[in-house]
Design a binder for this molecule. Sequence first.
Ligand code: GAP
Length: 531
Amino acid sequence: MPAASIEQLASLCKRRGFIFPSSDIYGGLQGVFDYGPLGVELKNNIINAWWRTNVYARDDMEGLDAAILMNKLVWKYSGHEETFNDPLVDCRACKGRWRADHIKGKCPSCGSSDLTEARPFNMMFKTAVGPVADSDSFAYLRPETAQGIFANFGNVLSSTSRKLPFGIAQVGKAFRNEINPRNFLFRVREFEQMEIEFFVMPGTDEEWHEKWLESRLAWWESIGVPRSKIQIYDVPKDGLAHYSKRTYDLMYDYPTLGYEEIEGIASRSDYDLGSHSRDQENLNISAKVSVNRDSVAKLNYYDQPNNRHVVPYVIEPSAGVGRCFLAVLSEAYDEQMVKEPSADKLEAVQAALDTYKKSVSRSEKLSPEQRDAIVGQADAISAELSVRLPQIESMLALPGADSIEVGKKLRGVTQPVVDEFYRTVLHLKPHLAPVKVAVFPLKRNHDGLVSMAKGIRTDLQINADMRTVYDDTGAIGKLYRRQDEIGTPFCVTVDFQSLEDQTVTIRDRDTMQQERIKSSELEQYVRERSR
Ligand code: GAP
């Protein structure tokens, strides 16, 4: 079964060390998350895959890593100070604050319709630069990485002698003071973007916009997010950002949320380079830009064959790393029954689930929304218990669910059944998997087996540069399950035959089939299957 909800992914992420709430020990910080030991590997692999395709595999791209803090004039002329706003409403009854376009005229917390008029709220975070915090010393934390690229257009052009068309790629942090961060990694206040600003001759922008759309869809497919799960939304004129001439939003079908934006591919015309330039009146800028008396640069390009200066147009594919992470996990997630649990085991779980559900329905500690969410999930699980039984864990991770005492009993009855009859497996593309190979000795107290297994681990991790782990903390079956759950594509077992003929068994995560190969061929075997 694929992931049924964002909660299911969040529960796996916390349990296995992909994602933790930031500053958990002090109750967290809303809309901010930390990437744990496996999360950082998966995130880095996603970023590397993006960089490989968009920078190394092309001959028209350069990379950049601009600073997060920039002169505040950047955000004046980019248009963000004036227009980077979301509509904010207050609930007069419970004092909750909401984004007006995310609620349907009713406070999601208390249900009241007594809301204030919507007013614009600027989403940029401010900080002070230098020791004195006054009205002049502030700077913004960048809300997009894009402006660092535009501000460096002239530097990159003169240092690389690039000819149009060419692009600049950047991956980095962005910060937005979202009114209601929600849905796990989907809407957060601190996140990373993978952005390209691709500079083209005016008049060729429409053609390049279509090319980038195709190129980006192909990349999503290459990391396991299929074309069939992405809708292309041609943003209507009245929904376009202030800089955009036309934008395609790629909408991915997220569990729980349905189709939501995973990437925007905007055609930004000459708005950005024109906005940040001096002498605008001589540049023949087509976009509507504010008069700039502060810039010291003309961000234009000498078109030698035609002996003229032009302000390049820009195509911008911009994707969030966190939203990508979530989509990759969601596509990879699978719960499989390995063998059918016996009727008496299922009955015991059903009885515990019924008791838990009754307790939830009666509980005064839970809000009506929390009760409905938990009961709804319990009903869905009961309707197909033998298939959905592993989802009990993510139901118990719903807000408020752990305040119900009999939840512990339910978990106690369910967990051994899950361990024996089911496996959770992440079918991650091998090049994205946080761990490529896990190595186990058949017996952990046998010096020869342990030493050979550890030797293989060192060889693959250090010499072959493949993230490899050694584990001897359980029976082999249990170790396989543990690796399946984090998406490790290959598990190697060192047994007594290995000591005689230097062969090992290697097990495939998806088919669960094992082969015996020479240990000296492991690196090549894994490499060939990890592209
Ligand atoms: N430079 C253009 C730009 O920033 P955007 O549509 O505002 O455009 C681009 O953002 C991408 O950044 C989005 O498609 C999304 O993947 C990601 N993103 C934006 N806001 C986010 C948030 N609050 N939390 C997580 N990801 C976000």
